[in-house]
Write a protein that binds this ligand. Structure first.
Ligand code: G3P
Ligand code: CA
Length: 424
């Protein structure tokens, strides 16, 4: 009803919105070039998944890759000894057994732990306790992942483990340990990109340069694209990992955005996330002027995507992607990757399908907690005219249409997370 009213008002007012008068910067040519190869209608596996498996673990990321996600999303933090890891919260209490293993340090930020100390933590059992109806025995003991782990999973590998299930390492002549990986026997050929977020970057000075250095070491970034790793891909499978858009950077922090621009001298797709609040980088007021200032900051620093929070259960985040906000972003020439989708209702709302107005699709990609649900929505619910074309970026026009998306529970079984239940 709200949408119908706002549309009627727009028609009466000659389709003008209050934000139409606001001045937006012109896009620099480097941003136009990046936009020319950025795929649309993409499925971004938020923390791998938060619904089907413990977030940001090997189970979540392998499941997302095999399900057909175009990107694996991760939150980047750094250990005391400089290892880049995937973890959302600043401390370890919600998603690990840190209170049992390091009771005196349980509330300490992750930056106070070494990588070896983190390896002693169980990042899977909390999920079984929180969601017994989705619990699986093999989630017990899953580790916190490194950035390298996520990249290797995207390339079709899994962590190599010894007979006791613990991960294996190689030790070089100077005693330095490096992790071992093996071809994933359950890999189905999908090669997603990665979508790292600098999480709480004020706690990790220099993390932007660390990220660039590590991606370069892994062959996923180089100032000269000729030096990037060629990743074999297969027809009919996700192939983003072998495209120039294989990495998308994201941050809420304006300061980190500036540093990312410096750390990645060859510009790659970058997203400025929006959150309504009072922290230094937050959107302080939900007004057209303040919103446009964020867009202009993104343009000035060569970001090409805006990532606004969306309303709706279960998160009940602030609505930062009302129709007028989508119009402003599109008028600036940027793309929109809203976060995070948990329901079909949300997808119907932000693609415009709920109100049957094709021009109102304001999601060029979705951070989703259920990759399977989002792929099915693109395939079975959203008509093709709601999708902007991928022609010109070397991708099929509707890159979701051909994916074979297996039922989530069946896929988890096949990936080896099969012993349903702990308490049945
Ligand atoms: O990355 C988009 C989204 O990740 C921001 O939300 O809090 O899950 O990192 P959050
Ligand atoms: Ca994130």
């Amino acid at each position: 009803m709200k949408m119908v009213l706002s549309v009627l008002l727009m028609l009466v007012a000659g389709s003008r919105m209050p934000s139409d008068e606001i001045r937006l910067r012109d896009l620099p040519s480097v941003s136009r070039e990046v936009l020319s190869y950025l795929p649309r209608n993409i499925v971004i596996a938020h923390r791998g998944t938060t619904y089907w498996a413990p977030e940001e673990t090997e189970a979540a990321m392998r499941w997302a890759r095999n399900s057909g996600a175009d990107y694996l999303e991760l939150d980047l933090q750094r250990t005391r000894d400089g290892v880049l890891i995937a973890l959302h919260d600043v401390d370890l209490r919600r998603t690990t057994n840190v209170e049992e293993v390091y009771p005196e340090r349980a509330a300490s930020p992750v930056s106070e732990f070494t990588w070896e100390e983190l390896c002693a933590l169980d990042a899977g059992s909390w999920f079984n306790e929180a969601y017994p109806e989705r619990a699986r025995k093999e989630f017990v003991g899953l580790e916190i992942l490194t950035l390298e782990d996520v990249v290797r999973i995207a390339e079709g590998y899994r962590i190599a483990r010894g007979p006791n299930g613990r991960r294996m390492y190689q030790v070089d002549a100077r005693g330095r340990r490096s992790p071992c990986y093996e071809k994933d026997p359950m890999d189905n050929g999908n090669r997603p990109g990665i979508y790292p977020e600098t999480k709480e970057p004020h706690l990790f000075p220099g993390i932007e340069k660390d990220l660039a250095r590590e991606l370069q070491r892994l062959g996923w970034y180089h100032v000269d694209t000729a030096h990037m790793k060629r990743i074999p891909v297969m027809p009919g499978k996700v192939a983003v990992a072998n495209s120039p858009a294989r990495v998308i950077l994201q941050t809420f922090s304006e300061e980190s955005l500036v540093k990312l621009t410096e750390a990645f001298p060859r510009r790659i797709p970058t997203c400025l996330l929006l959150w309504l609040g009072n922290e230094p980088s937050d959107l302080k007021q939900n007004t057209p002027e303040a919103y446009a200032a964020k867009i202009n900051f993104a343009i000035e620093h060569e970001a090409v995507i805006i990532g606004p929070s969306i309303a709706g259960a279960p998160n009940l985040y602030d609505e930062l992607l009302a129709p007028w906000q989508g119009e402003l972003i599109y008028r600036a020439g940027l793309q929109i990757h809203p976060y995070s989708f948990d329901t079909e209702e949300q997808m119907a709302e932000y693609t415009g399908w709920r109100d049957k107005l094709p021009a109102r699709n304001r999601a060029d990609g979705m951070f989703t907690n259920l990759t399977d649900m989002t792929i099915r929505f693109y395939q079975e619910t959203l008509p093709a005219e709601y999708l902007k074309s991928n022609e010109g970026v070397g991708l099929p026009d509707n890159l979701q249409a051909e994916k074979k998306c297996e039922k989530a529970e069946t896929l988890l079984d096949r990936l080896g997370y099969s012993s349903m239940v702990v308490n049945r």
